[in-house]
Design a protein around this ligand. Structure first.
Ligand SMILES: Cc1ncc(C[n+]2csc(CCOP(=O)(O)OP(=O)(O)O)c2C)c(N)n1
Length: 369
């Protein structure tokens, strides 16, 4: 029987020559680093959720649902990768976190419900971190070893060696992670933190992460810092250090993994500098307008995943819609909750202590009269 026209020898030759579409990638690469597509998609989802939280937060501050906003749009890649690698728990066998005020993505990746973030932003009595008394992003969570975030920059750098001493004694490879902006490194507290973490014979498991967005409010870092890399500040203390592109989740994932493994294994300090973007300026006080000239880690990773055929436009849209719906629903809940009362002002501010028994009443230490 003669071959059917559509099954001719010519057609077979053409089929052999036609380039086959590349199969979907199983890993996503950046330079020599790679992560599985499965991990990449998990990180991307966390980044998209964090961006939705950040953008909804800015909207709240502009609409009058909140009074002040500060946060981390532009730091989603670094924060998601860090939060996913924390050993979460309570006490010295788990990691301690001494955070900056731009780390919503870390808490979100650790499992914080979005509504808790919005409760603090809306200053409700239900805010689990400060009962509506502190700024947004100033988390405090004893169950997860999240030490209260301070607005006073860099003080967290001198607290981290304190928890790290306890962890080293406990001997269970847990570490203290401290995050500071690059302008914060001008504070003596930053140097003190490095010094205390690196005393010969008493080195401590402190991972210092410096998020370098090139600005301290409106002051450009090149007018303040003489070092080429903030990571170079580790050298006088003999501390291992690296610089990573914090807008690249593949690189950031591995830089954090390497740093954490080093600190856990050696119980010695490490300094990781991450270049990040500041997509909406410093805070609502400077307008929180979008700076489109800054690299956007979410858009960059989205394109990378589409190129790797790990995602298509529909899947991206669905992820975004879900994240936005999650943020909107959380805001509805938070903004309907009660504000603190006068009686809440002092609740949970001081724990009972032995000093109360010695000095009942309001002891100032000053002579009477
Ligand atoms: C000890 C102290 N000095 C000054 C300030 C005012 N202040 C608030 S944020 C900020 C800039 C911090 O910049 P950086 O450490 O780079 O962090 P970023 O906000 O850029 O993430 C300054 C100077 C402060 N909060 N605390």
């Amino acid at each position: 029987m003669p071959p059917a026209p559509e099954d001719s020898a010519d057609d077979h030759a053409t089929a052999r020559r036609a380039p086959r579409p590349a199969p979907p990638a199983t890993v996503v690469r950046s330079g020599r680093d790679a992560i599985s597509v499965e991990l990449a998609l998990t990180i991307f989802r966390q980044m998209v959720r964090t961006r939705a939280l950040e953008e909804r937060s800015i909207k709240m501050s502009k609409s009058g649902e909140a009074y002040f906003w500060i946060g981390g749009p532009g730091e989603e890649a670094l924060n998601a990768c860090l939060g996913m690698q924390v050993r979460r728990g309570k006490g010295p066998a788990f990691d301690y976190l001494h955070l900056h005020y731009r780390n919503a993505g870390i808490l979100l990746a650790m499992g914080m419900p979005m509504v808790d973030h919005f409760r603090q932003l809306a200053m409700t009595a239900t805010d689990p971190f400060s009962r509506g008394r502190n700024f947004v992003g100033h988390y405090a969570k004893a169950d997860w070893n999240v030490v209260p975030v301070s607005s006073v920059i860099a003080v967290q750098c001198v607290m981290a060696p304190g928890t790290a001493i306890m962890q080293k004694r406990a001997g269970q490879e847990a570490i203290s992670v401290v995050v500071s902006g690059e302008a914060g490194t001008a504070e003596g507290d930053f140097e003190s933190g490095l010094l205390w973490a690196s005393r010969p014979g008493n080195e401590l498991p402190v991972l210092t992460v410096v998020t370098n967005n090139r600005f301290g409010i409106s002051t450009a870092s090149e007018s303040q810092l003489s070092v080429r890399r903030v990571a170079d500040r580790a050298a006088p203390y003999g501390i291992e250090a690296a610089t990573v592109d914090g807008n690249d989740p593949v690189a950031a994932w591995h830089a954090i993994d390497r740093a954490m493994r080093y600190v856990r294994r050696t119980q010695r300090p490490y300094l990781l500098e991450a270049h990040v973007s500041r997509l909406h300026g410093h805070s609502s006080s400077s307008g929180a307008q979008r700076h489109f000239e800054e690299a956007d880690c979410v858009a960059l990773f989205e394109q990378k995943l589409i190129d790797a055929q790990a995602l298509d436009a529909d899947a991206v849209r669905q992820l975004r819609d879900e994240a936005k719906a999650e943020a909107d629903a959380a805001v509805v809940v938070a903004t309907a909750e009660a504000a603190p009362t006068r009686d809440d002002v002092r609740r949970d501010t001081y724990a009972p202590s032995a000093v109360d028994a010695v000095y009942p009443g309001d002891y100032t230490g000053l002579p009477p009269g």
